[in-house]
Ligand binder design. Structure first.
Ligand SMILES: Nc1ncnc2c1ncn2[C@@H]1O[C@H](COP(=O)(O)OP(=O)(O)OP(=O)(O)O)[C@@H](O)[C@H]1O
Length: 302
């Protein structure tokens, strides 16, 4: 079953276009990483999916309904982000009790075990938590709610490394025990790549890639060999990055080589080295500006 469907969706804030005629579908029970560089529109896409804001044009369907003002969508989804707030009148333990009343599939035992594991004090108010503790508490709500559509937007903001690891492990264990549709955005793809099934990669307002993480890895390959030989095989291809080490060079290109070409590469001593999903993501989203080194390589007259 399709849980989220974007059909020709655009979103602009005044004159600033963020999502540009976007089409994609998210199927039930898949854990998808929403990946993209800063300001590319990940939160915007997630807020539209949760029904918090409306698209400017196009059709959005979540559980077969327009999510904006949809009771069905609010009852079956949760969006965890750093703007999540709770009434100052409630202590943390009151919030857990309220969550028990509010979320149909709430797992009170799991919530309490995570609450104790992360050493929360029941009487504290949410607004008095530190940044990392706030994120951890919000993540507990997100995990224990067991909502059919669970959306985590940068859930680990402020968490230290150990807590981030614990959170991802808790999420994975709980997802295996209670499969549901999860969207998870993060700037640290390398930290979550073992967790994800699919990746939705946003770039320049469009979906640059959507599919299994292994397919993303296989989109690019690094050729390493003698400079002249590597150049002969890459000069007519789109190059995503290169590095020269003396007579040798490494060039990152699209992994579109025929069986014959692969044999020739091997005969010429050129190695084809797989890249990580994170390297592929960075290469595919770096664009024509080049790398940070280019900023320093410019002369004063440029
Ligand atoms: N309410 C708003 N009004 C005007 N512009 C906005 C609003 N919300 C977001 N934007 C702009 O839309 C663009 C996308 O923002 P969004 O927060 O969706 O990106 P993001 O990919 O989640 O960013 P980050 O990775 O930095 O968190 C940004 O340029 C942002 O400044």
């Amino acid at each position: 079953m399709t849980v989220i469907k974007f059909n020709n969706v655009t979103k602009s804030y005044r004159t600033h276009s963020v999502l540009d005629h976007m089409d994609f579908t998210i199927e039930e029970g898949v854990l998808t990483g929403v990946i993209g560089r800063n300001g590319v529109g990940k939160s915007t896409l997630m807020k539209i999916s949760a029904g918090y804001i409306q698209a400017t044009s196009g059709e959005v369907q979540v559980f077969s309904e327009n999510p904006f003002n949809s009771l069905k969508v609010s009852a079956n989804s949760i969006l965890v982000d750093d703007t999540m707030s709770f009434s100052d009148k409630l202590s943390l333990s009151d919030i857990l009790k309220e969550a028990n009343r509010f979320y149909l599939n709430w797992d009170a035992q799991l919530a309490q075990r995570l609450f104790d594991y992360f050493s929360f004090h029941p009487d504290v108010r949410h607004k008095h938590l530190s940044k990392g503790k706030k994120s951890t508490f919000n993540a507990i709500i997100g995990i224990a709610s067991h909502c059919p559509l669970t959306i985590f937007d940068e859930p680990t903001t402020g968490m230290d490394t150990a807590v981030r690891k614990d959170f991802y492990r808790a999420l994975l264990k709980d997802y295996i025990a209670n499969p549901r549709t999860i969207l998870l955005s993060s700037h640290h793809l390398e930290e979550i790549e073992d967790l994800l099934e699919d990746i939705l990669l946003i770039h320049d307002g469009k979906i640059r890639f959507h599919g299994p993480i292994t397919d993303l890895q296989e989109m690019l390959v690094k050729l390493v060999g003698k400079k002249v030989n590597v150049l002969a095989h890459t000069s007519k291809r789109t190059i995503f990055g290169s590095q020269v080490n003396g007579a040798y060079s490494e060039v990152l290109v699209e992994n579109k080589f025929t069986a014959d070409e692969k044999i020739r590469l091997s005969e010429e001593g050129i190695k084809m080295i797989p890249v990580s999903a994170n390297d592929a993501y960075v290469a595919l989203t770096t664009g024509a500006k080049g790398g940070i080194d280019d900023v320093f390589n410019r002369t004063a007259t440029d």
